[in-house]
Design a protein around this ligand. Structure first.
Ligand SMILES: [Zn+2]
Length: 507
């Protein structure tokens, strides 16, 4: 993304409201010791953690405070109610005093009634003579979603042993799958980049992998490292790729540029974009913590030259005494001597570590002439800079931006194929190929609108934008105009449109 255009109103950075939520680490003891946990995969279109693996849970409903809980009051009680209700809705497991008298059929009926909002949880519990008890829901930590996330929760975790006579099962809907899994197996999938985990769930898996007693597990679940004020400071959705968003002057609605710290020994620091010392000092503190664990910063990697990607690069270079690596076209746009090594398409960066990582460099011009992506060879995870955005849109601004190149590179990434996309702005994208296909279709659609916005007697750029971007807020039209220009250049190049003076005509 580019920096905000001059004259554009930049809204103040306002973190999303934090909502109370409950999550349940549902476990079953295994014969040989240890425990299995029930995890589920959230539907990829959900606003919070779509496509990630998680534990059952969700927001506290206003109605949750009307249900009595033995041994708890106020918010503490409402959190237990939310935990019990979400557990029933998402897995079919009913944890309450008297649940052993409820048949599997009745439990399924209760669950359906809840999901279809045909009855309240309070009524259902009363009908079956059930009573919720705090002691069935053991406190297992508290996690607050970091401020940069668009949806935020203050989540209380509970450790709950599954009743022996009940099985957990996911019904089709918002959750795409759910099953019992050994925590060690879940961690292996996380290692391989095949299961993305938010920090609380990664922590829980690590604790449950060495389960002995519920008391010990609850204690360790409640005392994570790297979570000052209950907010996780280490965000590693898959092994070896740390996400660290910095506030930048970027293009709204985005407010941050994601820096990434990549590696399990040697570290590559991708796009330290903020020029504000308060911002990059936080990044340096994170890196200092990793250095204390024996890791070693090797270089700064720049996806492209835009100010919201390179803002802190020289300061970080100075502090860490490491070189900056970038494409030649990026180096040309930065102060002389800023870039120490020029990277080319298809070269591989080897990062020592446990495990070592091989990162393939892709030259992906389109948004910027020197734009680079990084592909982790083992997991196919892709750090994509401004090829794709988790929030907002990618601007192709000629002459730097080139629509023909951009579309070719989107297609190339899709066909590699890639797995998870790590964009420079907004949330991580678990379904990379799906998102790239969506982008390609969207761009085709827009190209058609631009083409069709040209009448027989021709039109100026301004007139084309008014018609082809009628669905876009007027305030965004200066940006739309740049994109329309990029499309028109492509159409002229393809011989479908001709330009005479300041007007465009069908060829
Ligand atoms: Zn950019």
């Amino acid at each position: 993304m580019s920096e905000a255009l001059p004259g554009m109103q930049k809204p103040p950075v306002q973190p999303a409201r934090v909502r109370d939520a409950a999550a349940v680490v549902l476990y079953r003891r295994r014969g040989a010791g240890g425990a299995a946990v029930f995890w589920l995969k959230r539907g990829k279109d959900l606003r919070f953690a779509g496509g990630f693996y998680a534990f059952p849970g969700g927001r506290v409903d206003p109605a949750d405070s009307e249900v009595p809980v033995e041994g708890a009051e106020g918010l503490d009680a409402a959190l237990v109610v939310a935990a019990a209700r979400e557990l029933l809705e998402e897995t079919g497991v009913l944890v309450a005093d008297g649940a052993d008298r409820v048949s599997a059929r009745q439990r399924a009926d209760m669950r359906r009634a809840l999901l279809e909002a045909k009855a309240t949880f309070a009524t259902l519990l009363k009908e079956h003579g059930l009573r919720l008890r705090k002691r069935d829901f053991v406190d297992a930590g508290r996690w607050i979603t970091p401020p940069f996330m668009p949806v935020r929760f203050d989540a209380r975790f509970f450790l709950v042993e599954a009743p022996a006579a009940q099985d957990a099962e996911v019904w089709p809907g918002e959750l795409s799958e759910g099953r019992w899994i050994k925590p060690a197996e879940a961690l292996e999938l996380w290692n391989e980049g095949r299961a993305l985990l938010h920090p609380p769930n990664l922590h829980a898996m690590r604790v449950m992998a060495t389960f002995t007693t519920p008391e010990d597990a609850a204690q360790r679940l409640s005392t994570p490292q790297n979570a000052p004020g209950h907010i996780p400071s280490r965000i590693e959705f898959q092994r070896g790729i740390h996400l660290f968003p910095l506030e930048t002057d970027t293009l709204p609605p985005a407010t941050h540029t994601n820096a990434y710290v990549v590696g399990n020994g040697e570290l590559l620091i991708v796009d330290p974009g903020s020029k504000e010392v308060r911002q990059y000092a936080r990044l340096l503190a994170l890196i200092a913590g990793m250095v204390a664990e024996g890791k070693r910063p090797r270089a700064i990697f720049l996806t492209h030259h835009h100010a919201d990607h390179v803002g802190g690069a020289l300061a970080v270079k100075e502090r860490l005494k490491i070189p900056i690596w970038a494409h030649e076209r990026t180096a040309e746009r930065l102060p002389a001597g800023a870039v120490d090594r020029l990277l080319v398409d298809d070269e591989v960066i080897d990062l020592q570590g446990l495990p070592a990582m091989k990162l393939r460099v892709l030259h992906t011009p389109g948004h910027a002439r020197g734009h680079l992506c990084l592909i982790d060879e083992a997991t196919r995870a892709a750090i994509v800079g401004d090829m794709v955005a988790g929030v907002g849109t990618i601007v192709i601004d000629p002459p730097e931006g080139d629509m023909t190149d951009y579309l070719a590179q989107l297609e190339r990434l899709k066909n590699l194929p890639v797995s998870t996309l790590y964009p420079a702005h907004g949330p991580v994208i678990p379904d990379g190929p799906g998102k790239l296909e969506e982008y390609l279709l969207h761009r085709q659609h827009r190209e058609r609108l631009v083409f069709e916005a040209i009448p027989r007697f021709g039109a100026t750029l301004h007139e084309v934008v008014k018609k082809a971007y009628a669905d876009t807020m007027e305030a965004m039209h200066p940006i739309a105009e740049r994109s329309a220009q990029a499309i028109l250049i492509k159409l002229v190049r393809e011989g479908r449109v001709v330009r005479r003076d300041e007007r465009y005509f069908h060829a």
